[in-house]
Every structure is written in C-alpha cells, then in structure tokens.
Design a protein around this ligand. Structure first.
Ligand SMILES: [Zn+2]
Length: 110
C-alpha cells in the first residue's frame, strides 16, 4: 500500500467512492439501491436498471459489487482502499443498526 493513503482523510462523509459502471450484459448504467426488506433493511446493493424489465441478472450486495469492480479493474490502487473502507464502514453501520433492532425487538417480546 502506498504511504500517501495515510495522508487522506477518513472515509466518513465520502459519497462517491464506489463507481457506477455500465452493466456488462446490457450496458445500462448500474444503479445504487438501499434494501427495504425486513431482513436487509438499509443494506446497500447495486443492480442493473433492466433487472426488472428484461431480467438482466447483474445484481450484487455492496461488498460483492466492490469485489467485482476490483476483479474487473474498474478500481485500482487507492480507489480499492477507499471503496473497500467505505463499504466495510457501511456494513458495520448496517450490522450495528441490525443488532440494535434485534435488541429492541427482544425487549418488546418480554
Ligand atoms: Zn444489465
């Protein structure tokens, strides 16, 4: 890892870290979504906008999408560090929010 990355500010507050790429199947620009299902509320995923109309199967949870971007060389060098860092931070936020909801649900169930 380059030492210049240590001079950068933290990940919090960054918004444009994970690029939206053209879908490898149909070239439509992939979109960012936030899940609203009960099990995954607030969890980020990336999906081709043609997923519903034409059944295009480009669909990833955020960590998987970032891994895909790295594999496909859409992210290189420090971009990888930033994207993975931001993603992991969101994932931690997601997990702590989830645990908090479970804790409240458990208390209400008593
Ligand atoms: Zn597509």
């Amino acid at each position: 890892m380059s030492s210049t990355s240590s001079a950068r500010s933290g990940f919090r507050g960054r918004t444009v870290v994970v690029p939206l790429i053209p879908c490898p199947h149909c070239q439509a620009t992939v979109r960012y979504y936030v899940s609203n299902t009960e099990d995954h509320e607030g969890r980020v995923f990336y999906r081709c906008p043609n997923h519903a109309p034409t059944g295009c199967d480009f669909w990833f949870w955020e960590m998987e999408y970032v891994a895909y971007l790295v594999d496909a060389h859409f992210l290189v060098g420090n971009q990888v560090v930033d994207a993975v860092g931001a993603t992991e931070e969101r994932r931690e936020d997601f997990i702590s929010a989830m645990n908090e909801r479970r804790r409240i649900a458990a208390q209400l169930a008593k």
